[in-house]
Design a protein around this ligand. Structure first.
Ligand code: DC
Length: 221
């Protein structure tokens, strides 16, 4: 099953929205791989596991009780960890930060690999993350890599927070974005980088509709 679109890129670039809309358009399955790393980070944190204890990390990864449920009459996907809805906690900056740290550990990536690959089912899959096109689905038929300036991504994140009723400080958000880019790109295992055969789209000056059109055109072509 290589009827797969991979959508990789740095944090705050809009991968999640693009992946969700294309999956709906095509009627394909959706994999939010960042949610798996985030849920894993929450599981490790709640069990009080030391992140240098690779044996325990591997066990938690293998036993991770994780479920994605599409809510009735809604396009929202809720995430259940150990039977508890963790969708809200999952999206916080703090969880993202923990996920980014823990995702740099090789045994963690290896233990979570198959769980991600299992999402590839007919009629197709849209997978978003950092290494979908390079490591998890190297044979995917369609690959895009989205970029945008760090300033633009921080602005988008601020708007997103404000829309959810939160306040944000742009300088702090920008510093977080830059720190996360640095960690995700410089790690040894599956660093954030475009696959050689990916279409790279700089979205700094593009609307979400324009990005969707380019990605849809790639699939049609
Ligand atoms: O996409 P996101 O912000 O939900 O991802 C949270 C962190 O998880 C990200 O900073 C790095 C890690 N991650 C990863 O290493 N590989 C992926 N395929 C997806 C996420």
């Amino acid at each position: 099953m290589n009827n797969i679109l991979t959508v990789d890129g740095p944090s705050g670039v809009g991968k999640g929205s693009v992946a969700r809309i294309i999956a709906q358009e095509q009627n394909w399955h959706l994999l939010d791989s960042g949610a798996i790393y985030r849920a894993f980070a929450l599981a490790v944190d709640s069990r009080g596991i030391d992140i240098t204890d690779e044996g325990s990390l591997e066990t938690v990864a293998q036993e991770l009780d994780l479920e994605f449920k599409t809510e009735k009459d809604s396009e929202l996907v809720s995430v259940y960890l150990d039977g508890v809805d963790v969708s809200k906690t999952l999206r916080t900056e703090q969880t993202g930060e923990m996920a980014s740290k823990i995702a740099s550990i090789g045994v963690v990536r290896a233990a979570l690999l198959k769980r991600q690959q299992d999402f590839a089912k007919p009629p197709g899959l849209v997978a978003d993350g950092r290494d979908m096109g390079t490591t998890v689905f190297p044979d995917a038929k369609f690959k895009v890599f989205l970029t945008a300036s760090a300033q633009e991504r921080a602005n988008r994140r601020l708007k997103q927070l404000q829309a959810q009723g939160y306040k944000g400080i742009i300088s702090q958000i920008l510093a977080d974005v830059v720190a996360r880019d640095e960690r995700d790109s410089s790690r040894k295992h599956s660093p954030l980088k475009p696959a050689e055969d990916a279409l790279v789209i700089d979205t700094t000056e593009l609307s979400i509709d324009e990005v969707i059109t380019r990605v849809s055109d790639l699939i049609k072509a």
